[in-house]
Design a protein around this ligand. Structure first.
Ligand code: 5AD
Length: 357
């Protein structure tokens, strides 16, 4: 087992050994190391990003996702320019430094539409802008960057090419290579973020270890990790999931402790990256998920600013729509938690800071 004091030298095999670790006493060392590295490298600030789910239209059929084109009948919505701006004003009112515009892969969100929204938020509200709109053409991505977008989130979901292909049916004439898109976006000047779900059927310990090693290799600026929450309306929750399941002993479980191990190890190998304590983690453990993420490596929370009647339609996984917490309550809870942990609320845009150590 590699020493955590030499975390910089953790390779994929070392990460895998820690992922498989089940001894609670030994895991205490992992939690302690992740929290210490978090404190030393990104400090006590917890950055709040206001999430706006701008559209639940999606042309893709990702086998796990509740808003996939194939995921049964679901009323679809797309926010108007004015509605998005109203959410961004809310973000500013709450003092959040960043607004995250997220959606399904929706060609109805045109280059022009997003450029106009981004430009207005950038110029009139002065907020940092993160986009999370799926796999888009370089011309779109460049236009949005020029309009003022700062960051882009695109989870690569898995580094196992066969598993990726099995759960991400292609679109005619379109090659799906998310890592290549992340690399191109970084060249365009975006801060780039990625991530994976923990415990998707077919994900082995070795695969998840390689995923985490890949975050390090590509020096990702933001990394989101949440548990896989099966949605009964999707193929991965049915026969496809059973078929993909790795052999016993190799399949990663989609539980909280495994998710927290992945978060903690990610902090150790990517010490100055921004890591959210994800909504999926807080849905899996409503009582403690958010707190546990923040004390085991995470330094970001993304309160949801989507108007409630749309929010219930953006159910990428079960339970998500049931987040009835208003943004007021959520923000109050998050602020209370940050204070209780002795942490502070991040000020300003909250981009990645590479500290010299
Ligand atoms: N469970 C957990 N996370 C999910 N996502 C999509 N579907 C699910 C699910 N069933 C995650 C994916 C996607 C992100 C926006 O939400 O990782 O990239």
């Amino acid at each position: 087992m590699p020493l955590l004091s030499e975390a910089g030298t953790l390779d994929a095999a070392g990460i895998e050994a820690w992922l498989r670790e089940a001894d609670e006493k030994r895991l205490e060392h992992l939690w302690e190391a992740a929290d210490r590295v978090r404190s030393e490298r990104v400090g006590e600030a917890v950055h709040l990003r206001g999430l706006v789910e701008v559209s639940n239209y999606c042309v893709r059929s990702c086998a796990y996702c509740g808003i996939a084109a194939c995921a049964g009948p679901l009323p679809r919505y797309r926010l108007s320019h004015e509605e998005i701006l109203a959410c961004a004003r809310e973000a500013r009112r709450y003092g959040f430094g960043t607004v995250v515009l997220q959606s399904g892969e929706d060609p109805g969100l045109t280059r022009r539409f997003i450029s106009d929204v981004v430009a207005e938020i950038h110029h009139d509200l002065g907020l940092a802008i993160t986009l999370s709109l799926g796999e888009r053409d370089d011309e779109d991505l460049k236009a949005w960057r020029e309009a003022g977008a700062d960051r882009y989130l695109l989870r690569f979901e898995t580094t196992d090419p066969a598993l990726y292909a099995a759960i991400h049916p292609g679109l005619p004439g379109k090659v799906s290579d998310r890592i290549a898109q992340l690399v191109r976006m970084r060249e365009m000047g975006y801060e780039v973020g990625t991530g994976v779900m923990v415990g998707i059927p077919g994900q082995t310990w070795a695969t998840l270890a390689r995923d985490i090693d890949t975050f390090r290799q590509f020096d990702m600026d933001m990394i989101g990790i949440g548990p896989y929450l099966p949605d009964p309306r999707t193929p991965l929750a049915g026969p496809l999931g059973t078929q993909l399941q790795a052999p016993p002993g190799e399949q990663v479980p989609n539980d909280e402790v495994t998710t927290l191990k992945a978060v903690a190890l990610t902090r150790l190998v990517c010490p100055d990256t921004n890591i959210p304590s994800t909504t999926a983690l807080s849905i899996l453990d409503p009582g403690g998920g958010r707190r546990n993420g923040l004390t085991r490596g995470a330094n970001v929370v993304m309160p949801n600013l989507t108007p409630p009647h749309y929010r219930q339609l953006y159910r990428i996984y079960p339970g998500k729509a049931a987040v009835h917490e208003s943004v007021e309550t959520l923000t109050e809870n998050v602020l209370g938690l940050i204070a209780a942990l002795g942490r502070t609320v991040g000020k300003g845009p909250g981009g990645r800071e590479k500290r010299v150590t």
